[in-house]
Design a protein around this ligand. Structure first.
Ligand SMILES: [Zn+2]
Length: 263
């Protein structure tokens, strides 16, 4: 690979860059303070709140947080999915990993059986490792796993969720993805929490997915539907533009491979 031609800066110019860095930081902080109040009226599909939203995240995303139910963009996208595609009924059993508190009453009200699970948290129905589920085959109609796949061995997690779903059952998942990347970024050199923040965006993330995540989902046996945030939902409900909720369906019946015999 060709070496990048990186010039060596003049030491005096470097000193002035340091001073500029401080000036820019202070100016940006003052600007941020005024930007925090957007004055836009948004609607939260999770709790029904209408009004101004709050900034959230580091660096802050303006209007990211509903001040009433604390939903973030992905939660509001999931609420829209429930209404438009969820079809959750009393005949269904639902398994919810790392359950977001604002969804518990909604999903308990809709589903016949609603089970919460987590590997670390204790206030859930089941302590489960998504890479090795202590559950029988074909036992749930819907599995919800938001912001989980980037923390675990996603190949194992997808295979286990496929096994535990009933034929025709679905898994829904959100996770950070860089669509412009063909391949998922993993790096065995990245070991400390601080390095993981720099490389993967959060101290407990183990990779950054590229669009090959969708190939991995299909390779696990799933049919894939992408529920994507578009306008007018983005401006109405304060969603991330183009954020995708992956809806993975376990085919209802195994596809039989047919062979043609001659003679
Ligand atoms: Zn809300």
């Amino acid at each position: 690979m060709a070496k990048d031609l990186i010039p060596t800066p003049d030491p005096r110019a470097l000193r002035s860059a340091k001073a500029a860095l401080e000036r820019i930081r202070r100016r940006r902080l003052r600007e941020y303070e005024t930007m925090m109040v957007t004055g836009f009226t948004r609607t939260c599909p999770v709790c029904g709140y209408q009004g101004e939203f709050a900034p959230v995240g580091e660096p802050p995303r303006l209007d990211g947080l509903c001040p009433l139910c604390r939903s973030r963009e992905r939660h509001r996208l999931f609420r829209l999915w429930i209404d438009r595609r969820g079809g959750i009924g009393k005949n269904m059993s639902v398994l919810h990993f790392a359950p977001e508190p604002m969804f518990e009453p909604i999903l308990r009200g809709l589903a016949g059986r609603y089970v919460t699970a987590d590997f670390m948290r204790t206030k859930v129905d089941l302590k489960l490792d998504i890479e090795a589920l202590d559950l029988p085959d074909d036992s749930f109609d819907l599995i919800i796993a938001h912001q989980i796949l980037e923390h675990v061995d996603h190949h194992k997690a997808l295979a286990e969720c496929f096994r535990v779903l009933t034929p025709g059952g679905r898994m829904v998942a959100t996770t950070p993805v860089v669509e412009a990347w063909a391949e998922t970024y993993v790096n065995p050199e990245v070991k400390t929490a601080r390095e993981r923040v720099l490389h993967f965006g959060q101290k407990d993330h183990s990779r950054y997915f590229g669009r090959d995540l969708k190939d991995h989902m299909r390779a696990a046996g799933f049919d894939l539907y992408e529920f994507i945030s578009v306008e007018p939902d983005v401006s109405t409900y304060a969603l991330h533009r183009g954020e995708t909720l992956y809806e993975l369906t376990k085919p209802a019946a195994p596809t039989l491979k047919t062979t043609t015999r001659k003679g």
